[in-house]
Design a protein around this ligand. Structure first.
Ligand SMILES: O=C(O)CCC(=O)C(=O)O
Ligand SMILES: [Fe+2]
Length: 354
């Protein structure tokens, strides 16, 4: 491994001790449990999800979907229409949404928070291709993406085993103690925004840039609040897709940002709850959040606007990653204000280099 990685602290010993759990998450900014979730249920979810991906052309034909063997020529990621074409089919699976409501997860989050909680309507899966490492999820704090309130917890879990080379999540223990939303800059990768931890560490003496992760096994679950700094590791495997869940949970009655009431990536390609629910067997989880009176707050778009402005500047200066980002926006949304600006900047920079 190119960088030194330390092991996550396992908190299974404190599973039934809310005081100790709260103390640990307050101190370390995360809780990690081995096998919090039932491997059998996750294996069956994995099969369902990967079967849809195989139908979408992402897996080598004729291989067992459970093995997740990617057809590398299908590489794509969030922001690409090709990604949402398949992801949104996975997103229609009832079992995928239901997994965020499994009692083992809900009960644990409730134990940690000490209040009744609800999973966010917006569930998230990450379907990450191998040999595509420039699109690895960058260093960030979740608050810039999910907003709403600082107590919201993220639960990250691989759907399958996830050894280090498959690119699981890594956290900076204690990093939530910066106690503020740090500056986020343009990046490729999920969310498109990154924190420069070296620079931040010079300003925040409490920030120790020591990445912690593990060889995750199916069922293992990492839980952390909105200010904990984290990132994904690159998927260095030859041919394996990384499949994982990252769902958010908040106390009932706390504010929620409006976009978290929507299906994930519905701004890349339109997808409605009605479409998602069309083939479901049960209706208990359909629009379940409408029974709760959470204050809905507007989305703060300043983080993404700043990221876009930085991408524009970088692209003008010939930065290939920023240019790739702009090309993706143009492909997806040529007539939006961002799409037009992106086209103009790309045209200017190619005129300069030709
Ligand atoms: O799985 C990933 O690559 C990103 C996940 C993440 O950032 C999160 O769970 O908050
Ligand atoms: Fe995150």
């Amino acid at each position: 491994m190119p960088e030194e990685l330390k092991e996550l602290r396992v908190s299974n010993d404190a599973m039934n001790d809310p005081v100790e759990l709260r103390q640990r998450i307050a101190e370390e900014g995360y809780l990690f449990f081995r096998r919090l979730q039932d491997p059998d249920k996750l294996w069956s979810l994995r099969r369902e999800m990967l079967t849809v991906m195989q139908q979408g052309g992402w897996l080598v034909a004729g291989t067992d979907p459970i093995d997740g063997i990617a057809d590398v020529s299908a590489q794509c990621t969030e922001g690409d229409l090709a990604y949402t074409d398949v992801y949104h089919e996975v997103y229609k699976l009832e079992a995928f949404h239901r997994s965020a409501h499994w009692p083992e997860v809900v009960t644990m989050v409730e134990t940690i928070m000490g209040r009744p909680i609800m999973p966010h309507p917006q569930k998230i899966a990450r379907l990450w291709f191998p040999k595509y490492t420039e699109h690895t999820t960058p260093i960030h704090q979740d608050f810039v993406h999910f907003q709403g309130n600082f107590e919201t917890l993220t639960c990250w879990a691989p759907v399958g085993n996830c050894p280090i080379e498959l690119g699981g999540l890594a956290v900076l223990p204690g990093s939530h103690k910066v106690n503020q939303v740090l500056d986020h800059h343009f990046s490729l990768g999920a969310g498109g925004l990154y924190v420069d931890t070296e620079q931040e560490a010079a300003m925040h003496k409490e920030l120790d840039v020591a990445w912690h992760t593990t060889n995750y096994e199916i069922g293992d679950t990492l839980i952390f609040p909105a200010l904990t700094i984290h990132k994904a590791l690159p998927n260095y495997t030859e041919d394996k897709l990384r499949v994982s869940l990252d769902n958010r949970y908040q106390a009932i009655g706390d504010p929620i940002a409006e976009h978290m009431l929507e299906p994930h990536l519905n701004m890349v390609s339109k997808l409605t709850w009605e479409e998602i629910y069309r083939n479901w067997q049960a209706d208990d989880l359909q629009y379940y959040w409408k029974q709760y009176a959470n204050e809905v707050v507007p989305r703060d778009t300043s983080y993404t606007e700043k990221g876009f402005a930085e991408a524009i500047e970088l692209a003008r200066r010939g930065d290939a990653r920023a240019q790739l980002h702009l090309k993706r926006i143009v492909k997806r949304d040529p007539d939006s204000p961002m799409g037009r600006t992106a086209q103009q900047v790309l045209a200017e920079s190619s005129a300069e280099t030709s």
